[in-house]
Design a protein around this ligand. Structure first.
Ligand SMILES: [Zn+2]
Length: 277
């Protein structure tokens, strides 16, 4: 009888259901943390310990699925088959003549018809891209190979899969927060925004500083083993550095270490080519 008279409170969550949601949130946090930290494995090519929650087949499928959207964002594929074949030839030569071949990824190399954005990309599983804005600035085939070798290393290093695992962890934790603050009158408001964010994150994925350094350093090894001049990786950095002094800094540097730091690491790698995998 008493409860019926305080009707304004009836639509609010009761103490009991709030307790259950908090418990569910804690369980979700536990599951996210457990699945992340139990996913530790050693990269078979680089020997690096990493957290990976998806397998190689999934990496390849996700990369292929996201490739058209990424290409579309940067002008689509450059409509010159001869030049596309040239980029392919350099890419396959690098993979087939270096330790990168041990990764067994089905690589594809693409030139994007964007003469404004100076950038190159690698999606998980072997989809590699370079914009014409970057390609046009490179002066030698060794430098083109340098950029491609760097991107190949993002694939071999499974940097994309690592990002996805971290994203899943943070999304699991966000999911737990959503659950605790879940509004029964407006059930989809936060979840749909989260799903949209996850797709955007994948296509605009930025690798971390450590990933970039590993790709520079082991990219030098790929160049060297495939018979290109590995010191041209420094030339690539200098060209990117020069481009960043103009009005529009290359997006290549948006979340990257500064070129000076990178050149130091590359010089070090050039002196230690015997350490290559
Ligand atoms: Zn990179």
């Amino acid at each position: 009888m008493y409860r019926q008279r305080v009707s304004p409170k009836a639509s609010r969550p009761t103490g009991g259901s709030r307790g259950i949601r908090l418990l569910l949130a804690l369980v979700m946090i536990g599951i996210s943390l457990f699945s992340f930290y139990s996913s530790k494995e050693v990269n078979t090519v680089t020997g690096e310990e990493q957290y990976i929650t998806i397998n190689k087949e999934q990496e390849i499928a996700i990369g292929l699925q996201s490739a058209p959207e990424l290409a579309q964002q940067f002008g689509g594929l450059y409509p010159d088959q001869e030049l596309q074949d040239y980029i392919d030839d350099i890419g396959y030569h690098l993979v087939e003549n270096s330790f990168a071949n041990n990764g067994n990824y089905p690589f594809e190399f693409h030139l994007l018809d964007d003469d404004q954005t100076i950038n190159a990309f690698a999606l998980p599983g072997g989809q590699v891209f370079m914009t014409t804005a970057l390609y046009d600035r490179l002066e030698t085939e060794d430098q083109v190979a340098g950029v491609i070798a760097h991107e190949i290393m993002h694939v071999i290093g499974r940097h994309g899969a690592q990002r996805i695992a971290k994203q899943e962890l943070s999304q699991g934790l966000t999911g737990a927060v959503v659950m605790a603050s879940y509004d029964p009158n407006n059930p989809n408001s936060q979840t749909s925004a989260q799903v949209a964010l996850m797709i955007a994150n994948l296509v605009n994925m930025k690798y971390g500083r450590e990933d970039e350094i590993e790709s520079d350093v082991l990219g030098v090894c790929i160049l060297y083993q495939a018979g290109y001049d590995p010191s041209e990786m420094i030339g690539v950095m200098e060209i990117l550095d020069e481009a960043s002094s103009g009005g529009r800094p290359p997006e290549f540097f948006s979340s990257h270490p500064s070129p000076d730091n990178r050149i130091g690491n590359i010089e070090n790698a050039l002196q230690n080519l015997d350490d290559c995998p």
